[in-house]
Ligand binder design. Structure first.
Ligand code: ADP
Length: 219
């Protein structure tokens, strides 16, 4: 059976989540208290309603309690974000993802039983800082508070050498998980004898301190 999503708040973040879910083929209900947002999403969504998500009776009328996954994408209005999350969990929505604006907000959302808490601004900030300080880093993803994954342009001194001779694991404690070749071909879990070529992108995983050391070493 297909999963049913409801996105509450169709601003920049919620709007982007909604469009992507739709493009991935999912059924999405959209809710926003602002009529203009509802109009904007009418061509994209079969079910989009102007409603206040802090009104439990209205949420029930719309069938929000029958959804599999709710995404609370309310930006500025902390009270609305908190109340909506509380109501969704109270109504028995199995999985609630909520956007937090800061650590205090996160703690409150956790206390209310949010299943996943995201920090889009903070995460983008971290990624951009890595991209601007290390000219080879094109993508940075925090996997846990201690581990991350980076996509790095193969430095010149790596090219024409094998993974074994580079010895990245022993030198930096990081693992090359995949190589994306110039023609977009992916070599997943490369072999020690695989070569790195100019224009390759390396997907590297490791502890944050090791990744930072690796990024610094390759410039
Ligand atoms: P972003 O930074 O993602 O654009 P915004 O704060 O601009 O965040 O957008 C949040 C959206 O959530 C707005 O469109 C706003 O109308 C909507 N919203 C805020 N509170 C509620 C609520 N109680 N019920 C429904 N929609 C809400």
């Amino acid at each position: 059976m297909k999963k049913q999503f409801v996105v509450i708040g169709l601003g920049r973040f919620g709007g982007s989540v909604t469009r992507t879910l739709v493009s991935l083929g999912h059924e999405v209900m959209g809710i926003d208290r602002d009529e203009r947002r509802v109009q904007e999403f009418a061509p994209v969504l079969a079910h989009v309603y102007q409603a206040d998500s802090t009104d439990e009776a209205v949420m029930r009328q719309l069938g929000v309690h029958n959804m599999d996954h709710a995404i609370v994408a309310i930006g500025e209005d902390l009270q609305a974000s908190i109340l909506s999350t509380l109501i969704l969990k109270d109504m028995g929505v199995p999985y609630v993802t909520a956007k937090a604006n800061n650590d205090y907000h996160q703690r409150v959302l956790e206390g209310l039983g949010a299943d996943q808490i995201v920090h889009p601004e903070r995460d983008t900030g971290i990624r951009v800082a890595h991209q601007v300080t290390s000219k080879n880093t094109v993508e940075y993803l925090e996997l846990s508070p201690e581990h991350s994954l980076v996509e790095i342009i193969a430095p010149d001194n790596f090219c024409g050498r094998t993974i074994k001779t580079l010895n990245v694991r022993a030198k930096y404690g990081c693992n090359i998980m995949a190589i994306r070749r110039k023609d977009n071909e992916m070599v997943v879990a490369p072999h020690a004898d695989d070569y790195i070529y100019e224009g390759d992108l390396l997907v590297v995983i490791g502890k944050n301190i090791d990744i930072t050391r690796f990024e610094k070493a390759i410039g």
